[in-house]
Ligand binder design. Sequence first.
Ligand code: TRP
Length: 450
Amino acid sequence: MAEQKSFSSSLGAIMAAVGSAVGLGNIWRFPYICGKYGGGAFILVYLCFVFLLGSVLMMSELVIGRRTQHTPIKAFHHLAPKHKAWGLVGLMGLVTSFFILSQYLVLSGWTTNYIWDSLTGTLASLGTDAGRISDHFSTFSTSGLRPIVFLVVFSLLGLVIILGGVQKGIENVSKVLMPVLVVLVLVLCVRSLTLPGAIEGVKYLFKPDFSLLTGEGILAALGQALFSLSVGMGVMIVYGSYIPTDDRLFKTAMWITASDTLIAILAGVAIFPAVFSCGFDPAGGPGLVYCVLPNVFNTMGGAGVVFSSIFFVLLMVAALTSAISLLEALTATIQAHTGMKRTWGAVVFFALTTLFGVLFSLSIGPLSHVKIAGNTLFDFVDKLNSIYLPPLSALGTIIFFGWFMKEDDIKDELSNHGTVSIGYYQLFRFLARYVAPIALVVVLVSGILG
Ligand code: TRP
């Protein structure tokens, strides 16, 4: 039986897309960069970017996907049949997806290992000695084999879901895991907010301190807004092609944007009050979740094991639903271009991204002497994934959408063939044509110069 390549309902589509958007970026990255650039002030700027730019990019990808019912490269070919070069934008998005997934697998593997370490009491046995906790992290992450084992376990889990198909795999899993994720983050918020001195963390998160918000912080907010919404990689083009035709894309995009943002902020609420209560530095950087939080949990005595397990499960759930969207985009594309069976397409990209993931993982330990342009492989791919590729392919997409795609097609798709009103259209069009491209050029240039 031919499998159904669409989501069964608007709710299913929203859950799957929120699953893609909510990832390590929300729970691991957002809180630490928010900590670095002034808490509340950063959040205000972030909110502007996410709603004015992120959601515009999100909508444009969903429109392209649903209009054409194609995977990224073919979608651009379909819309611009005489200018095949636009297909390169789709290709670039897929290359970006490939590298993001490979790198994501490394971090997700760490998270899976930390669930294990929480459940087996290994983390708890480290006590509240910050030195021992960060040694544990560096010994583990550089150890070679162990991170790879957990990386492969995580990657296999993603493969199994993709093999289940669009509805039975992605949609059903997202419909279960997204509510679970919300419950987990809320449990952690309650725990964090009821600790002594928690209010300091709340103040820190919500009271704007504009003196900490540098130009660098504003750019970080913009980059994070795009990364967090998973835009600029064609993944939302693929998911857009699965969205039911009577769905209102504006509403869907707003739900995705709002949920993604809310969960990032809740992750901050789950983390900062606890960090303050235990007297740690909120600007702990990337080590915030692997080095500072275990210490926070260990100060909670026996219950710490429970909260630490909950936290790392939360992180893994978030990572898993993002990883599957990346694998899906790659799988659907190779399927569309080669006629290969879905199963084989998924296996091919599972194998390739896992292989690259293993290389990136090893480059943190045993292969750290291998350098590209002075960077380890992991740092190199991290730069590609944060500074170069996503803004570049997002820029290509939005220029195409704003300046080359037929306006009638866009309006027809947004209005469901004229059946729903699109009062927001003029503002949306202005943002898509002028504001978003300029913002992306600024991000790109400053990333390259900085
Ligand atoms: N949005 C994801 C996160 O916040 C990361 C991400 C970026 C992503 N681009 C993506 C996930 C594309 C899936 C697809 O962690």
